[in-house]
Design a protein. Structure first.
Length: 289
């Protein structure tokens, strides 16, 4: 005889949490997945204060968040489940995903990495002097393949060295070396992994843009397209004034080269003719003497 499946009991409290999360998901246009793992309570409180009026941060168990996403009526919102990492939470906002990411990024502060934590990016010990006097530190650095020597009585790193690649777990010894060198590869703050907007999932890599470089690229693209339209003589709203100015200048040069009198060049041509006549007269007078 087939056994009946026993449904897991879900408390009324958990049902209420799922209901609240589902309502928030359906109410806000922007839903972002964030990772609050390793975020101290003090910094979390500061983040809530910084986000007040811009976004609402809600935390609960990953399983309940998944259920709420499943229950939502939003198109493709379930795709956000794949970006619930570490200790997940959700941000609900009316700000654009780019503005939201910028707010969170600016609020982060550097911090030392602890043993057992994963490198958030490639950790590099750069070439240059240190504050250490010659001693065991040279051997400790050498254990990680870091070339070091003595310069002006202090230990100096001779060349850049990647001591941990992104995603690698940092050992206790490496964490201690990094702390002694005052290298702080970690960032304390809310780590936004992805954001949902109008059925699309925008990942961290898409949202993390260099605004100055992006604006400059747009400006360069505009300049290049303007040059191209002028070269091909294609009139547009943006280049029409320049095209008319260039056409006027070309016409002026042609008229002057061919001695064609116009309202714009008549004075200049007459002045040129008078100058030539004076030169001829002077030459005639010189020969007559």
């Amino acid at each position: 005889m087939a056994q009946k499946k026993v449904k897991a009991h879900v408390s009324d409290e958990k049902k209420q949490v799922v209901k609240e999360f589902t309502k928030l998901i359906d109410s806000y246009p922007i839903i972002a997945a964030v990772d609050v793992e390793n975020l101290p309570a003090k910094q979390l409180m500061n983040m809530r204060t910084n986000l007040r009026g811009k976004a609402e941060l809600r935390m609960t168990k990953r399983r309940l968040i998944n259920i709420a996403l499943d229950n939502s009526k939003k198109e493709n919102i379930v795709a956000l489940k794949a970006h619930l990492t570490g200790m997940p939470a959700l941000l609900f906002s009316k700000e654009t995903p780019f503005a939201l990411f910028k707010i969170l990024k600016k609020s982060k502060s550097p911090a030392p990495i602890k043993a057992g934590q994963k490198a958030p990016k490639n950790i590099v010990i750069k070439a240059g002097p240190t504050g250490f006097a010659p001693g065991p530190i040279i051997g400790e650095l050498g254990a990680f393949g870091i070339k070091a020597g003595i310069d002006a009585g202090k230990v100096a790193v001779k060349e850049d060295k990647i001591v941990a690649k992104e995603g690698e777990v940092v050992s206790a010894k490496l964490a201690a070396i990094l702390q002694r060198l005052n290298i702080q590869p970690m960032e304390i703050g809310l780590n936004l992994t992805a954001a949902y907007e109008n059925g699309e999932i925008l990942t961290k890599n898409v949202l993390d843009i260099d605004e100055e470089a992006f604006i400059k690229s747009i400006q360069n693209a505009f300049t290049d397209s303007l040059k191209l339209s002028l070269a091909l003589k294609v009139p547009t709203k943006e280049n029409i004034v320049l095209m008319l100015q260039n056409a006027h200048l070309d016409a002026y040069k042609l008229a002057e080269a061919q001695s064609i009198i116009t309202a714009d060049n008549v004075e200049r041509i007459l002045a040129k003719a008078d100058s030539q006549a004076q030169a001829v007269k002077a030459e005639v007078d010189k020969k007559a003497q």
